[in-house]
Write a protein that binds this ligand. Structure first.
Ligand code: DGJ
Length: 729
C-alpha cells in the first residue's frame, strides 16, 4: 500500500471516530440536515444546507459551523426566547422539558422518514418530530405530532410545524404579498433586529395578501442563479404564521406553522395533533435553484396530476359573467373549438331553482341547474362540447351559501356564525361560509360534487371557487370549549371532503380558485391540479404576479388566461400577441368573449394555440430559468423553460416599460447545455420584421455567455423563441 493511501485511510478513520454519537444525517440528492439526537438527551439542530457525508459531519463540529440549538424549542424551562411549542397541561402547569425516547427510520420508494419521539420528563406528554426526505427531489418535509395521556385535555397554545436557526450573514428574505387582483408581488428585504411576521387570518383563503412560502438568502441580497438560498413552504390551506426572530445572537430563528391566533387547541388524551408539513429546500444556485427544486417536487409529489398535460381552455366568466344561456355557451364552445382549444368551462350563473343566480347575491348551495337558462341541462352542454370535439368543465363554490338560498332556508345552523349575533354577510351582501367543521356539511359538499358527477359523468374539469373569508367566528357544531378549533377544523373538514372526492374522481381536473389567487398553496394542491393566479387577467400585471408565483409553484399549476382588450380590471389596451405570450408562460387558457374578436385575431389565436400544443411539454414540465426580473426595473422581463435533457427550450421576453430613449438590456439565456447546438425559431410571430437570428444555429455556451439583442420596439412588444437542439453529423 502506498504511503499516501495509508494516510488517506488514517484520516478517514479519524473522521469517523470524531463523529458524535447520536448524530442523524438526513439527506436528499443535494442537501443535508444534521441533527443531534441522543436517546435520553435533547434533540439539537446542527446543520442544514449543502449535502454532506457522514464523514463530514464531524467537520461541521470542527469548523464551528454546528448550530447546536434545540431543533424544536419548547416553552417552560427555557422561557425567554420564542418557542415552537407551548402548552398548558391538565393541572395548569405551563412547562415542557423533553427527552428523546426513540428514533425510527423507515424507507419507501418515495422517501426516507425519520421520526424522533420525545417525552416530557414529568408529564405523560409526547412529541414526535418527523422529517421526510424525498428521494427524487431535494425537499425535506418536516412536521410534528403531539399527543398525551394526561387526566384532562392539554391546551396547545403555540404549535409550530418546525423551527430552523439561520446563521446571521446579511440574510435576506423574499416572499409574496399583495391584495385581490394584485396577488403574489415579490417582496425582498433584509432580516433586521426584532420580529418579522408573515401571516394570514382570512380563515378560508390564504394567499391573497401574504403567502405561506419564503426564500431565505443566506449571504446577501438574493440573486437568480448564484448564492445560497433556503426555501420554505408551509403546506396548509388555512391561517398561517411565519416568524423570524432576530435578537443579538448569531442566529435568526425561523418558525413556521398554523397561525395560533384565536386557535388555541384543546387536545384530548390520546388524540394526536398533527401539524402541517413545512417543505424545506436548499440550493447553491440562488432563487432559481430553489424554485426548480420546489417545481420538481410539486410536479412529482405535491400537486394533484402534476405530471399530466393540461388542456387549453376557454372560461366563460369575463365573456358573459352571470349571463349564462345554452345558446351563449354553445357559441363559446364552437368558438374555442374552432381556435383549437380543448376544454370549455362554464363559470358562475348556471344554477338555482327557487332563486335564480343572476348576480352574486343569491343561490349558492342550490346546486341544481337553472332550466330557464339551460333547458337541456348540463347534459345538453356536455353533448354540445362533445359534438365540437372538446371537453366540458363547470364552476362551483361548494363551501358557501347565501341568505337568499334554499339551502340557508333549510339549514340556517350550517353557517359559520355566533348563535347570539346576526351573521355578517360577505360578497353580494348575502354570502355566508358553511361550517366545514360539521360532518353533515362535509357530507353535503361531497354529495354536491358526487351528484353532479353522477348525473354528468363526462364533466372533465371543476373550477372550485371560494369567495369569502370567515366572519362571525363561531360554530354551532363545535362544543363551547372548542370554539377556538374552528379555523383549524374548517380546513381539516375541507381536506376530508377533497380526499373523498379525489378517491372517487382521481382523473377529474380541479382548479383551486378563491376570489382569484386566494388558494395558491401547498396545503390544498395535493387535491387540486392547478390554481387561478388572480382575477386580474391583464397581461402586464400578470408578468409581475406570475413571476412571484413562479418562485414556489410550477407552470403546470399556474392557470394563466388571455383576457380582453381593454382589460376588464385595468382598462389597459394591449395587443393580442402580448396577451398570448404572457399567458403561454403558464397553463394557457382564454377568459374573454371570442365573438368579439376580429377574424385576424382569431387567426392569430388559432396559430398561438397550436403552437402552445407543441411547446406545452417544455412549459408545463420543463425547468424554469428566470432571466431578467420585472422587479429590477430594466424595462423588460425575461424567462425561459428548458427540458431536463436540454434538447429543447422556450424563451420569452416582454417589454414592461416604454419610453423614448429607452435602453433594452442584452438577453443572456440560462439552463442550456453549453456544448449543444440550438436552432432558433421565433414563435407567435405577428407582423414584425424577421429577427436576424431566425433559423440560425448557436452554441448553448454562446447564448448564455455572449447573449443576444432583441428588438422590442413598440409598447407591449414581446418575443417568444423556441430553441431546438441540432445534431450535426
Ligand atoms: C371569483 C373568481 O375568481 C372568478 O374567476 C369567477 O369565477 C367569479 N368568482 C364567479 O363568481
Amino acid at each position: 500500500m502506498k504511503k499516501n493511501q495509508l494516510l488517506g485511510i488514517c484520516l478517514l478513520l479519524s473522521i469517523v471516530i470524531f463523529a458524535k454519537e447520536g448524530d442523524l444525517l438526513i439527506s436528499t440528492s443535494n442537501t443535508s440536515l444534521v441533527l443531534s439526537a441522543p436517546v435520553g438527551g435533547e434533540l439539537q439542530f446542527i446543520y442544514y444546507g449543502e449535502k454532506v457525508t457522514m464523514d463530514e459531519v464531524s467537520q461541521i463540529y470542527d469548523t464551528g459551523v454546528a448550530a447546536d440549538c434545540p431543533a424544536y424549542p419548547v416553552f417552560g424551562i427555557e422561557c425567554s426566547s420564542e418557542a415552537a411549542l407551548q402548552v398548558q397541561h391538565a393541572d395548569g402547569n405551563l412547562s415542557l422539558d423533553m427527552a428523546i425516547t426513540a428514533i425510527n427510520e423507515t424507507e419507501s420508494d418515495e422517501a426516507t422518514l425519520t421520526e424522533i419521539t420525545m417525552r416530557d420528563k414529568v408529564y405523560p406528554f409526547e412529541i414526535k418530530v418527523v422529517y421526510k426526505a424525498y428521494k427524487n427531489s431535494d425537499i425535506i418535509e418536516t412536521w410534528s405530532e403531539i399527543t398525551h395521556n394526561e387526566k384532562k385535555e392539554v391546551r396547545l397554545q403555540q404549535f409550530s410545524s418546525a423551527y430552523l436557526p439561520i446563521r446571521k450573514n446579511d440574510v435576506w428574505i423574499s416572499h409574496l404579498q399583495g391584495s385581490w387582483a394584485n396577488e403574489s408581488r415579490v417582496v425582498t428585504e433584509p432580516l433586521q433586529l426584532g420580529m418579522k411576521v408573515i401571516k394570514n387570518k382570512d380563515g378560508v383563503r390564504n394567499s391573497h395578501t401574504d403567502h405561506a412560502e419564503v426564500m431565505i438568502a443566506l449571504n446577501g441580497k438574493p440573486q437568480e442563479e448564484v448564492g445560497q438560498v433556503i426555501g420554505a413552504a408551509l403546506c396548509w390551506g388555512g391561517n398561517f404564521r411565519l416568524r423570524f426572530e432576530t435578537d443579538a445572537s448569531n442566529y435568526h430563528s425561523f418558525f413556521a406553522g398554523i397561525n395560533e391566533d384565536a386557535s388555541e387547541y384543546l387536545l384530548e388524551a390520546n388524540e394526536v395533533f398533527v401539524t402541517p408539513e413545512l417543505a424545506l429546500t436548499y440550493s447553491n444556485d440562488g432563487l432559481g435553484g430553489v424554485s426548480r427544486n420546489f417545481h420538481e417536487w410539486a410536479r412529482n409529489e405535491k400537486v394533484h396530476g402534476g405530471t399530466k398535460e393540461r388542456d387549453i381552455l376557454l372560461n366563460s366568466w369575463e365573456g358573459v359573467y352571470f349571463d349564462i344561456s345554452e345558446q351563449g355557451m354553445e357559441q363559446m364552445m364552437e368558438d374555442i373549438a374552432d381556435m383549437g382549444g380543448e376544454l370549455f368551462v362554464m363559470d358562475d350563473g348556471w344554477f338555482g331553482d327557487k332563486y335564480q343566480r343572476n348576480s352574486d347575491n343569491s343561490s349558492l348551495g342550490d346546486w341544481v341547474v337553472d332550466k330557464k337558462k339551460l333547458p337541456n341541462g348540463i347534459d345538453g352542454l356536455v353533448k354540445i362540447a362533445e359534438e365540437n370535439g372538446i371537453k366540458f368543465g363547470i364552476w362551483v363554490e361548494p363551501e358557501m351559501t347565501n341568505t337568499v338560498s334554499e339551502l340557508y332556508e333549510k339549514h340556517p345552523d350550517w353557517i359559520i356564525c355566533q348563535p347570539n349575533r346576526e351573521p355578517r354577510p360577505g360578497r353580494g351582501g348575502t354570502q355566508l361560509v358553511l361550517d366545514l367543521s360539521n360532518p353533515e356539511v362535509q357530507d353535503f359538499i361531497y354529495k354536491t360534487i358526487d351528484d353532479l358527477m353522477a348525473q354528468n359523468p363526462d364533466i372533465a374539469y371543476i373550477k372550485w371557487d371560494a369567495n369569502m373569508n370567515i366572519a362571525n367566528y363561531g360554530s354551532s357544531y363545535l362544543p363551547a370549549n372548542k370554539q377556538s378549533h374552528l379555523y383549524i377544523d374548517y380546513h381539516r373538514g375541507f381536506r376530508k371532503v377533497m380526499e373523498r372526492i379525489r378517491s372517487k374522481y382521481p382523473n377529474l381536473v380541479i382548479q383551486a380558485c378563491a376570489s382569484g389567487g386566494g388558494r395558491a398553496n401547498y396545503g390544498v394542491l395535493p387535491n387540486f391540479d392547478e390554481f387561478w393566479v388572480s382575477d386580474n387577467t391583464e397581461a402586464l400585471q400578470r408578468v409581475y404576479m406570475q413571476w412571484g408565483v413562479s418562485y414556489f409553484y410550477p407552470a403546470v399549476a399556474m392557470a394563466s388566461h388571455v383576457g380582453s382588450s381593454p382589460n376588464h380590471q385595468t382598462g389597459r389596451i394591449m395587443p393580442l400577441k402580448f396577451r398570448f405570450d404572457v399567458a403561454m408562460t403558464g397553463r394557457l387558457g382564454m377568459e374573454m368573449q371570442p365573438k368579439d374578436m376580429t377574424n385576424e385575431e382569431k387567426v392569430f389565436a388559432r396559430k398561438a394555440i397550436n403552437t402552445y400544443k407543441e411547446i406545452r411539454p417544455v412549459i408545463q414540465q420543463g425547468d424554469l430559468y428566470r432571466l431578467i426580473s420585472p422587479y429590477d426595473d430594466k424595462g423588460v422581463a425575461s424567462l425561459m423553460y428548458c427540458t431536463t435533457e436540454k434538447e429543447r427550450a422556450v424563451f420569452f421576453a416582454f417589454k414592461t416599460e416604454h419610453y423614448h430613449g429607452q435602453v433594452i438590456p442584452c438577453f443572456h439565456m440560462s439552463g442550456l447545455d453549453e456544448n449543444k447546438l440550438y436552432r432558433i425559431i421565433e414563435l407567435n410571430v405577428e407582423d414584425e420584421e424577421p429577427l436576424s437570428i431566425k433559423g440560425k444555429i448557436f452554441k448553448g455556451e454562446f447564448l448564455m455567455n455572449v447573449g443576444l439583442e432583441l428588438p422590442l420596439k413598440d409598447e407591449y412588444s414581446s418575443r417568444v423563441l423556441e430553441l431546438v437542439e441540432v445534431k450535426l453529423n
